[in-house]
Design a protein around this ligand. Structure first.
Ligand code: HEC
Ligand code: HEC
Length: 333
């Protein structure tokens, strides 16, 4: 059967990529790092960690607590999790985000699905290169104010003195473990573990489960990877994004791309869990996936008839990972 042949081909390509990249040249994994159970989905590479922020269960636990803790905002009204909600694959359902003091952000809150693999962070920066550096942004942003920490560092840090034991476990041997720097590191450790790879598409490609996709998603998948639709020219690899970084494959240059649908150049975002992260694009200007496809057809002059457009949308829905959005490890502690 042609369709089965395609699935095997895709699976084989992915496995070769992953094998090639997780093999030679990757630095030895430190013992403390190996103790963290990433629970990697089949076919997924090991995320990179920063050399000074090895992944440990204690750091993940602290990061999870902080991610859901509204004391991280100056006025105590907003946590990371208010703009990055698990049920929405860690986005917020708004066109553009609203900060703790009511100021409007110009950008749509991004999904954190597989964020640990990204070569750069935010919609249009090539400079924010780690989750540690990114975590500082919403805390200290003043245009607009998000969490409003800027100028109140001591006050915020003081709120967490009562949690010193968790900080000590996460950062053993440090003289002053409760610090903004360590808050950012722990948040990054939590986010790095937000790995999503149990969608119907994964069950087909990595699990060999032939009936995981409906006939319409099958057709949509085949179209997605054709030159005629052109989607995979930009949404590439296991994460359907631009270049990914992972252990043994760290040297990637972030790129910003124009898709013709929106104005300006942006990072190619992952399409995993896309069904859950409406509205779409950097400014949340497109409400539904049907509309996204319509806009691509017009902007890129694609020759796709109505049933082919519907098939593409069905395929995008097959990238939804229900386990990810209900995984208790990622929920509020
Ligand atoms: C007011 C809502 C809001 C809050 C609070 C918030 N974020 Fe975000 N987040 C956003 C928006 C909007 C973007 C996109 C920013 C941009 O492109 O300039 C974003 C982007 C990100 C990204 C980049 C993802 C990627 O793939 O590039 C990460 C990581 C992230 N946020 C983590 C956090 C963490 C950790 C916290 C808590 C310290 C947090 N956010 C708090 C709205 C928010
Ligand atoms: C030339 C590169 C390119 C091509 C080709 C391309 N995309 Fe995109 N895609 C992007 C970029 C860049 C963005 C982010 C643009 C923005 O935020 O304004 C994006 C955004 C999206 C989004 C919204 C993501 C989100 O989180 O809001 C969807 C859905 C999408 N693309 C699907 C597709 C489909 C389906 C195709 C094939 C018909 C396709 N793309 C072809 C580069 C591309």
């Amino acid at each position: 059967m042609v369709t089965r042949g395609l699935a095997v081909l895709i699976a084989a390509t992915m496995l070769v990529i992953v094998a090639a990249c997780s093999g030679g040249g990757s630095p030895a994994v430190a013992p403390s790092e190996s103790r963290f159970d990433w629970r990697l989905p089949a076919g997924f590479p090991l995320p990179l960690t920063e050399p000074d922020n090895l992944q440990t269960p204690a750091k993940f636990a602290l990061g999870r607590k902080l991610f859901y803790d509204r004391r991280l905002s100056l006025n105590g009204t907003q946590a990371c999790a208010d703009c990055h909600q698990q049920s929405r694959a860690f986005s917020d359902g708004r066109p553009t985000a609203v900060g703790s003091t009511g100021q409007h952000h110009t950008r749509n809150a991004m999904t954190l699905t597989n964020a640990g693999y990204n070569a750069s962070y935010t919609w249009d920066s090539t400079r924010v290169r780690s989750l540690e550096a990114q975590a500082i942004v919403p805390m200290f942003n003043t245009h607009p104010v998000e969490l409003g920490v800027s100028g109140h560092e001591q006050e915020i840090v003081a709120r967490f003195r009562g949690d010193a034991a968790m900080f000590r476990d996460a950062f053993p041997g440090e003289h002053q473990p409760v610090s903004i720097r360590n808050i950012a590191k722990a948040l990054a450790a939590f986010e790095r573990a937000l790995i999503s790879g149990h969608s119907p598409y994964d069950r087909l490609v990595y699990g060999g489960e032939e009936n995981a996709l409906s006939p319409s998603s099958w057709r949509g998948m085949r179209l997605f990877f054709t030159k005629r639709a052109g989607c995979s020219e930009c949404h590439q690899g296991f994460n359907f994004s631009a270049e990914s970084r992972y252990a043994g494959h760290s040297k990637t240059t972030p790129v910003l791309v124009r898709n013709g649908v929106t104005d300006g150049a942006f990072r190619v975002p992952t399409l995993r869990n896309i069904e859950l992260t409406a509205p779409y694009m950097h400014d949340g200007s497109i409400a539904t996936l049907d509309e996204v496809i319509e806009r691509y057809v017009v902007a890129r002059k694609l020759t796709l008839d109505a049933s082919e457009r519907a098939d593409l949308v069905e395929f995008l829905r097959s990238l939804t990972d229900k386990e990810f959005v209900s995984d208790a490890r990622f929920a509020a502690p």
